[in-house]
Design a protein around this ligand. Sequence first.
Ligand SMILES: [Cu+2]
Length: 498
Amino acid sequence: MHWHGLYQIGTPDMDGAVGATQCAIAAGGNFTYIFKADPPGTAWYHGHMLEQYTDGLFGLLIIRRQSEPYQDKYDTEQVLMVSDWYNFAARAKLTAWYLSTNNPDGIEPLPDAIVINGKFTKSLFIPASRTSRIRFRVINAASLSMYNVSIDGLPLHIIELDQQDTVPYNVSSFVINVAQRVSFYVDLRELDPMYSQSGMSPTNSIFIRFQAMTNMYPVDILHYIPPYVIPRFPYPTFFNSLYLAILSLDSTNSTPAYEPRDLIPVLPSVNLPSDTNMLAARPFNQSGYMIPDATYYLNLLVKFDLDNTGINRGYINDVTYAFQGNYTKVRANLIVGIKPVRKEPLLHQMATRPNTLGLPSPRIQAGSSLPTIQNDGFGNYFVPYGAIVDILINNTDAGEHPFHLHGASFWVISTSEYPEAETLYRQAYIKRDVVSVPASGWAKIRFVADNPGAWMFHCHIEWHMAAGLMLTFIVSPTQLLAQGFTISNRQLDLCSTV
Ligand SMILES: [Cu+2]
């Protein structure tokens, strides 16, 4: 089980990434995770093996402080955890088709519906009043979809992105990609008068909108029957890309008195984020906020292509990532994998044979004056302890990809959507743990490798992870051992039972 967003400083074996940091928990077995709840904020947890979280193995993890930076701005909290609903089991049915020669274009299995907090559209009611002040925590636990989020007639005051506090950043809508988290508060007294009882649309409730970004799907999802579905005509359940939750302004839980297609008024005094990652949001408490200069460089080329068996795979720098080790019993056909010397998690290999991992050292290459981080041909990248790494993610694919780093968050410096951010926000970039890399574009991020361990870096679209769009940073075996890390007996027990 992966604890998404937690740093796991000093507990690299508690990250829950099967193959990288541990062996899988056998069916019927158990394992107790012990770690520090850090950093505070809106996190989540999910299975990190095969496509288990697509099938529902995920949940919410909120880490609270004694006092929150803007707790005087809201009185209650609500969670909106959105996910893609699939009618079929991920591993047995969907991946079997997705990663097959029947799908050479690599069309992702497309969701059948959108679900928030376990409810379908128009069935989730959030209680409120016309004077409520509510903090919403939005978590995108989808396997594929990104969403545009808004609440009719209300400015959204964003105060947290991926467990990082921001100065309130006022928007009328925002985009949230897979695995990202956004907190905002609303004050119902700011509701546009159009929605008052005497306004143009007298109503006792308003819509909370999650609009799936249909341009990111590879086919016309609104009129699409997947090839693994036996069509029943008239086909009754085409995907509805607009999810509507209902913010009830009285105790009646009535649906809004207006149609969702009615015009949404433009709100005064809000920003329109010019990019998916909201780079214009400013970090909270900028005094003492120091961003060190990069000391290392890494250029990652993301692409999809057919492998030599005719299956469409994801590649980072020409490597499609797959585990051997403890995946051998569940994944039959390996393309390439971690060095198949020993079938044990990377973190265990770091501890047991730190000097014979065969990982090349950084070296100067064309394109940067900084030493470039190298990989071993299997997608494992050695990073020296204390390295400050600039990563340029080049996306040759026509889809947007949410890249997630384990064990640390990173500064988002700029993207092809917002290249000016690099100079505009110098010394005050926001931090996140998922960056949305624009379609046919790029993103530049920076992280500090001060937490020894085996940390995955991957696209968080579950299908793309299955397709191999993943790598692992091996942060300093030497420092790992110097800090006294040993593989616990409980971890070894897991490996002996899988
Ligand atoms: Cu992706």
